[in-house]
Design a protein. Structure first.
Ligand SMILES: NC(=O)C1=CN([C@@H]2O[C@H](COP(=O)(O)OP(=O)(O)OC[C@H]3O[C@@H](n4cnc5c(N)ncnc54)[C@H](OP(=O)(O)O)[C@@H]3O)[C@@H](O)[C@H]2O)C=CC1
Ligand SMILES: O=C(O)C1=N[C@H](C(=O)O)C[C@H](O)C1
Length: 242
């Protein structure tokens, strides 16, 4: 049994995480939202779980470092500088950052990498995601994670090949690029499809989240897994042994 502290505790994921902490038989060490004290929470916890906002990340990582506690970061909308902060924190404490904590998406990313590697460049790759009307970032963290898996499979850099959204006279599709499209509406928990499109045939790999419980369960599993790890940056495939 561990004491788990939640950052972003009053949010949609915060509520799902509190339920998952109880269901897994752990102690809820408490939670904070905007204006809360992450260091006090870290000191009262064995492990932190952060599903809040990019602006909070630096303070949350500092709190984990100063209290010497592991942290799971599920917040999306992260930029390059946030990843540097994660790398720096991982020198001192165990950190797991991911755009999606579900088992299904973790396996999907593996399948996408395999497909991208085997199908070759004449198969165009397009990633489409759909989320609820309240989501504030695009493309989703999961879409980016899947794009990175596809780019790894092809042995290219996502940063150099990505095309985010199209509008106007875009010209014909450039070979080798990886496209992203985002839909927002309703209460969709999170749908992701990776389309591989060739001449006269198409392959689509999809994951549909029916509720936030799947993300919360995966995050708690990641938090449990981090407890006895040494400092370092870890991934969901390591947690799930994939
Ligand atoms: N990795 C994954 O598997 C998943 C990731 N996510 C990501 O998790 C994040 C949260 O999603 P969701 O719960 O839907 O969003 P919500 O907006 O419902 O919740 C966010 C919570 O974070 C709090 N918060 C905002 N700023 C800070 C801050 N500076 N310090 C502490 N708390 C803060 C908010 O508090 P307040 O209301 O006071 O501002 C709010 O309670 C998003 O980035 C989302 O994309 C979501 C699902 C799965
Ligand atoms: O904001 C959400 O809701 C979700 N965010 C994550 C993302 O950006 O991929 C994970 C999930 O799709 C739900």
């Amino acid at each position: 049994m561990a004491r788990i502290g939640i950052i972003g505790s009053a949010g949609r994921m915060g509520n799902a995480l509190q339920a998952a902490v109880a269901a897994a038989g752990h102690d809820y060490a408490g939670g904070i939202d905007k204006g809360g004290d992450p260091l006090a929470l870290a000191q009262a916890s064995d492990v932190l779980v952060d599903f809040s906002a990019p602006a909070a990340l630096e303070y949350n990582l500092d709190a984990a470092i100063h209290a010497g506690k592991p942290i799971v970061v599920g917040t999306t909308g992260l930029e390059e500088r946030h990843h540097w902060l994660v790398d720096a924190a991982a020198v001192s404490v165990p950190v797991l950052q991911t755009g999606n904590t579900s088992l299904g998406v973790t396996l999907l990313s593996y399948l996408v990498r395999e497909a991208a590697q085997r199908l070759g460049e004449d198969w165009d790759i397009e990633i489409v995601e759909t989320h609820h009307r309240m989501k504030v970032d695009a493309p989703s963290g999961t879409a980016i994670l899947l794009g990175e898996a596809a780019a790894r499979g092809r042995g290219v850099s996502l940063h150099e090949e990505e095309v985010r959204g199209r509008d106007g006279i875009t010209g014909a599709r450039k070979a080798g690029t990886i496209g992203f499209a985002s839909l927002r509406g309703g209460t969709v928990a999170g749908d992701h499809s990776v389309h591989f499109l060739a001449d006269n045939e198409r392959l689509t790999l999809s994951h549909l989240a029916e509720n936030r419980g799947i993300f919360a369960r995966g995050a708690i599993r990641a938090a449990e897994w981090l407890l006895d790890k040494k400092a370092g940056r870890y991934t969901m495939p390591e947690v799930l042994d994939l």
